[in-house]
Design a protein around this ligand. Structure first.
Ligand SMILES: Cc1ncc(COP(=O)(O)O)c(C=O)c1O
Length: 398
């Protein structure tokens, strides 16, 4: 009997027509519903902070929404912009602004190289690749990017003009950078601060599911090393309120913010301020903390289910993984370099996983070992089925 036939006989509920999907870190309908409930009781605002929300203008975002961004990202209010949906879109604009006109201390070119701790976020890599900027993968250490490797890559390569960081509950590894790691990284980066961008994508800034290493504000640490013009902090409410209809935030030095607004003025006559107003009222009625607690109640059991499954596989020496303390992903490492076969076999049984290599620049997983598991979207019953398929496949292939 083939592996697939064996598994089909062991999991009789498998149905050729039903597709399970663990590819993307999407909030589940339950998460969106608790947010919707709150939005339903809000009257659409047309004026706030003395600003006509209906009109063009206020390219930096309305003050109340900027306050919200500064709270989420732990950035100074005066340096925080509140903009439209999707921080990923903002990252594209930040790269484009650096590429086309340059920031105070960042000018990307087609000679530029960006350092990418791996495994990392697939959309970051696709975005950077689209600019024709070369990506250099680098490993992690336990508490953030591997600093020995950073030091040698900076010596080895010319034109290294940046690094991409997801400092809390990194996608997909779950790394949360320690202050020591950040300070030592910043110390090393001082040598190249004339043209260097630290892309600080804090997408999971307040998405703790368990006790998580406390972090000092990155903007304060950057100032200690005179890197305030090199740090570009991004984040959003996508995984706090509504993924498709949230607010994104940006924070850098005053000079960089001005440059960015100037650049964005050619793209848009102003952000969606009515959505900024809606979000402001949302968080006047419900604290950020209680919103995150409500989401945690839905998400945590899913992560516990993944943990239990991967622990069983780890005990059989079939994988390694580090249980994340928050965020949206779990990173599975196949002990026997069988990621490709695992993904293919899962797909043949109706379980979609991200293609192997997705979490690496240019899709190249050198060890054929990494699989990103995104457990938030399915309900518990379906997640259980997904994990049963995954576990059986990993066991049978080894
Ligand atoms: C690290 C990281 N950054 C950005 C995003 C996308 O965020 P947004 O919805 O704000 O574009 C994601 C979504 O998975 C992510 O994991």
């Amino acid at each position: 009997m083939s592996i697939l036939e064996q598994i089909k006989s062991e999991l009789p509920w498998l149905d050729d027509k039903v597709i399970f999907d663990l590819t993307r870190g999407k909030p589940s309908p339950d998460q969106l519903s608790i947010t919707e409930e709150n939005f339903r009781s809000i009257n659409v605002p047309y004026e706030m902070d003395g600003i006509d929300l209906r009109n063009y203008g206020t390219p930096e975002g309305i003050p109340s929404a900027r306050e919200l961004g500064s709270k989420i990202l732990s950035t100074p209010f005066s340096n925080t912009l509140a903009l439209d949906n999707s921080s990923l879109t903002l990252m594209q604009q930040v790269l484009a602004c650096s590429y086309h006109i340059g920031f105070n201390k960042s000018k990307l070119s087609n000679k530029s190289k960006l350092l990418c701790p791996v495994p990392g976020y697939d959309r970051h890599f696709k975005l950077i690749e689209n600019f024709g900027v070369e990506m250099i993968p680098m490993p992690f250490q336990k508490d953030g990017p591997d600093l020995n490797s950073l030091e040698s890559l900076l010596k080895q390569h010319k034109d290294v003009n940046g690094i991409v960081c997801v400092p809390r509950h990194s996608n997909p590894t779950g790394h949360t950078y320690s202050d020591d790691n950040v300070r030592n990284m910043f110390k090393l980066l001082q040598s190249c601060n004339e043209n260097f961008m630290i892309l600080w994508d804090n997408a999971y800034a307040c998405h703790d599911l368990k006790d998580t290493t406390p972090q000092s504000p990155a903007s304060i640490m950057a100032e200690e090393y005179d890197l305030q013009h090199n740090l570009f902090i991004l984040g959003s409410t996508s995984k706090i309120t509504l993924a498709g209809s949230g607010l994104a935030f940006f924070s850098s030095s005053k000079e960089n913010n001005e440059k960015f607004i100037d650049y964005r003025n050619s793209l848009t006559p102003g952000p969606n301020k009515m959505n900024q107003g809606l979000h402001t009222i949302f968080f006047q009625k419900k604290s950020l903390e209680s919103q995150m607690d409500g989401l945690k109640k839905i998400i945590l059991p899913k992560f516990q289910m993944v943990d239990e499954c991967l622990l069983r596989l780890k005990e059989k020496n079939l994988c390694s993984f580090t249980s994340p303390t928050g965020g949206y992903f779990v990173s599975f490492e196949s002990t026997n370099s069988k990621a490709q076969e695992i993904v293919e076999n899962c797909l043949n049984l109706g379980l979609r996983l991200l293609p192997v290599g997705s979490c690496f620049p240019y899709g190249d997983d050198p060890h054929n070992s990494n699989i990103r598991i995104a457990p938030t979207y399915p309900n518990l019953e379906n997640l259980d089925k997904c994990l049963k398929i995954f576990e059986k496949v990993v066991e049978k292939l080894n």
